[in-house]
Design a binder for this molecule. Structure first.
Ligand code: E4P
Length: 219
């Protein structure tokens, strides 16, 4: 499973990249706004900096437009920033048309705001490279987000769809493990759930004992 970090914060992207396990980055307008980025040029520069930081990994950059022509125009500008840009397109009717256009024109895409298996089927049919089911937001509305990952994985395997399942809106380390078990190709989340995977009390206890015994060998 690939690990993407879900942030536009350069320090966090660098920290995750320095771990050596980062495969890419996802952003969205909320995450970009949180970093105080304003204006077209600043947006393009920020994406370029992220692409250079992650050095070869896919970087999802979301369009703001909602009609076909504008989504395509915006996506072309985003894709021209760097070869690793993946154009993130919302799950709407014109978005589906645009996904197909991007696919026919060799521009990589991530279909975002996916909350059902039916939407995931449409995204795959339109040729999206990634589909992003929002696990945490489904959980927030008292449904089981993880169930959707399993359902999409089963459908894609049965139907031979090539679209990669990008488990998004991941809120915990356990979410990452469950998404991996259920067949997600990628998970995207903030840095904390990734670092949370490190934690186990028996590791801490075991290491303390080993270090203690190592000291004994030195005297
Ligand atoms: C994914 O591409 C989205 O940016 C993200 O995962 C949404 O997460 P949230 O529900 O925590 O905002």
């Amino acid at each position: 499973m690939k690990f993407f970090i879900d942030t536009a914060n350069l320090a966090q992207i660098k920290e995750a990249h320095d771990l050596g396990i980062l495969d890419g980055v996802t952003t969205n307008p909320s995450l970009m706004a949180k970093e105080g980025i304003k204006g077209d040029e600043a947006i393009r520069n920020h994406y370029k900096t992220i692409c250079e930081l992650v050095d070869g990994g896919d970087v999802s950059a979301e369009v703001f437009s909602t009609d076909f022509e504008s989504i395509v125009a915006e996506g072309k500008i985003l894709a021209a920033i760097h070869p690793n840009i993946v154009v993130k397109v919302p799950m709407i009717k014109d978005g589906i048309k645009a996904l197909k256009w991007f696919s026919d024109n060799s521009i990589k895409t991530n279909c975002t705001l996916v909350f059902s298996a039916g939407q995931a089927i449409l995204a795959a049919k339109a040729g999206a490279n990634y589909v992003s089911p929002f696990i945490g937001r489904i959980d927030d509305s008292n449904w089981d987000g993880m169930e959707l990952i399993g359902q999409i994985a089963q459908i894609y395997a049965l139907q031979g769809f090539k679209t990669e399942i990008l488990a998004a809106s991941i809120r915990s380390s356990l979410h990452i493990v469950r998404a991996a078990e259920l067949g997600a190709n990628v998970c995207t989340c903030p840095l904390d759930p990734i670092l949370g995977l490190l934690k186990h009390p028996l590791t801490d206890i075991g290491l303390a004992k080993f270090l203690d015994d190592a000291k004994k060998m030195q005297h």
